[in-house]
Design a protein around this ligand. Structure first.
Ligand SMILES: NC(=O)c1ccc[n+]([C@@H]2O[C@H](COP(=O)([O-])OP(=O)(O)OC[C@H]3O[C@@H](n4cnc5c(N)ncnc54)[C@H](O)[C@@H]3O)[C@@H](O)[C@H]2O)c1
Length: 420
């Protein structure tokens, strides 16, 4: 059936936990309406309905994705499990719906192949919701880099340190098979690496991965992986370092820095409200000037400032997704499937590097169909439900035997609404 182009975009949200952020944006967006929410956990559906009613909107709710996808929608936001985005994105695209995917884009290289093919074959919009690229500081760095303010990148760093141990019961519910428990160290890499790729617009060429030894603290909560590091060489020869994990620091650390041929930019620790520092060399070597300032959002600034979470980023992924569907110029800021995979597969391949004793791994360019072939049947991952006989260990330090009592204790805390 031909869609009525004069109506607002009808958008549904799959996953009502992190999904509350996109639910909030959609309920107030002038060009879109929230029409449905799907989550198997009923209290989240009740919350979504309540929020919608407070905004004068009635929404449909579904416990089951098979029913949800039948509903009349133009687009779907995927805020379900981080390891299951690709199969659901493919189902939505094949059913004729545009997709905004939360992080990560895919769990295996084979999924990356299937996902890019689904996007190309349907011609629909796929947007990657890596909001860390749109924090006020990183988005400013993106715009300044593109204006040539510090010259071509030579080196960069991205850091996402978040000790989730205390909230582990609230984000894993004591489920042994929750993705946060079985994922390997380098998987969740796009908060740290992503902004360096959007800022520079460059492709990764190769990656070397590292995993530090896992600590006892997370093991006591049912999770065994260490801090992760990816060293990525970009197509121009620049090297960038991406580091992330559950490490001890409060508040956590979100930090980016980038050295170019004419200067550098650094965010400082964003959780500590640092200014953006920009150094630019002048006419003479080693003589330049610093700017230290609080950047102000300039794009859709009025609307964006209603959403100050995650460094002022949380409005933009959904907004740029809508702009892209509507064919407007700001849709160009939306992160497409190719850049999403550039980010995401660096983490998958970094873990291969870890398991191979830190050998460098070439990062294929999924824009080129010929480079995809090698990975078409590559299901290697740490998820037993997906890997089949290609199952990888959860940590390069081995698979500890974690008794059920550990998960039972976490579950008990979740049921009582208590932190660990
Ligand atoms: N970008 C960010 O800043 C940010 C922050 C938090 C989480 N996330 C991402 O958001 C996503 C969701 O994370 P979360 O923190 O909400 O935790 P989560 O992954 O535990 O929650 C997923 C939600 O989806 C529901 N769900 C999953 N599969 C389902 C299915 N088949 N049918 C019905 N419901 C289903 C679950 O019941 C749950 O409420 C993840 O991809 C995570 O990486 C991103």
């Amino acid at each position: 059936m031909e869609k009525d182009k004069s109506r607002k975009l009808r958008i549904g949200v799959f996953g009502g936990a992190r999904g509350t952020t996109m639910i909030g944006v959609l309920l107030h967006h002038p060009d879109a309406e929230l029409v449905a929410v799907c989550d198997k956990y009923v209290p989240l559906l009740e919350d979504a309905q309540k929020t919608a009613r407070e905004c004068g909107t009635e929404i449909a709710v579904f416990e089951n994705f098979d029913d949800f996808i039948q509903y009349d929608m133009d687009a779907v936001v995927l805020a379900n499990y981080a390891t299951e985005h690709a199969p659901f994105a493919i189902r939505c695209l094949r059913a004729g719906m545009h997709v905004l995917s939360e992080v990560l884009p895919c769990q295996t290289m084979a999924e990356a192949v299937q996902l890019v093919e689904a996007v190309e074959e349907t011609g629909l919009v796929y947007a990657y919701g890596e909001n860390y690229c749109y924090m006020t500081h990183t988005f400013e760095m993106w715009q300044r880099y593109r204006r040539g303010d510090v010259g071509e990148i030579m080196y960069g760093e991205g850091e996402y340190i978040h000790d989730c141990s205390s909230i582990w019961p609230q984000i894993t519910y004591g489920e042994r098979n929750h993705w946060r428990n079985f994922e390997f160290a380098n998987f969740y890499n796009t908060h740290s690496l992503g902004p360096l790729l959007t800022i520079t617009g460059l492709r990764p060429k190769s990656v070397v991965g590292f995993e530090g030894k896992p600590g006892e603290d997370m093991l006591a909560l049912g999770c065994y992986r260490g801090p992760a590091l990816e060293i990525v060489t970009l197509e121009n020869g620049a090297v960038v370092k991406s580091v992330h994990g559950n490490m001890k620091r409060e508040p956590g650390s979100i930090h980016y820095e980038l050295y170019g041929k004419k200067g550098m930019m650094e965010t400082g620790r964003l959780e500590e409200n640092q200014p953006l520092n920009v150094y630019r060399e002048g006419e003479r070597r080693c003589i330049g000037a610093w700017e230290k300032y609080e950047p102000q959002a300039e794009i859709a600034a009025e609307a964006a400032k209603q959403y100050q979470t995650h460094g002022g980023s949380d409005f933009y992924p959904t907004h740029f997704f809508i702009e892209k569907i509507l064919g407007r110029p700001d849709g160009a800021w939306s992160i497409d499937i190719y850049q999403a995979l550039d980010m995401g597969i660096c983490g998958l391949l970094a873990y291969r590097s870890v398991l191979a004793g830190n050998m460098p791994m070439e990062v294929p360019d999924f824009r080129d169909p010929a480079q995809r072939e090698k990975y078409r049947n590559d299901n290697a991952c740490t998820d037993p439900a997906v890997a089949g006989d290609q199952l990888l260990p959860r940590s390069s330090y081995g698979e500890p035997d974690i008794p059920d009592s550990v998960y039972d204790a976490v579950r008990e805390l979740w049921e009582k609404g208590e932190n660990a």
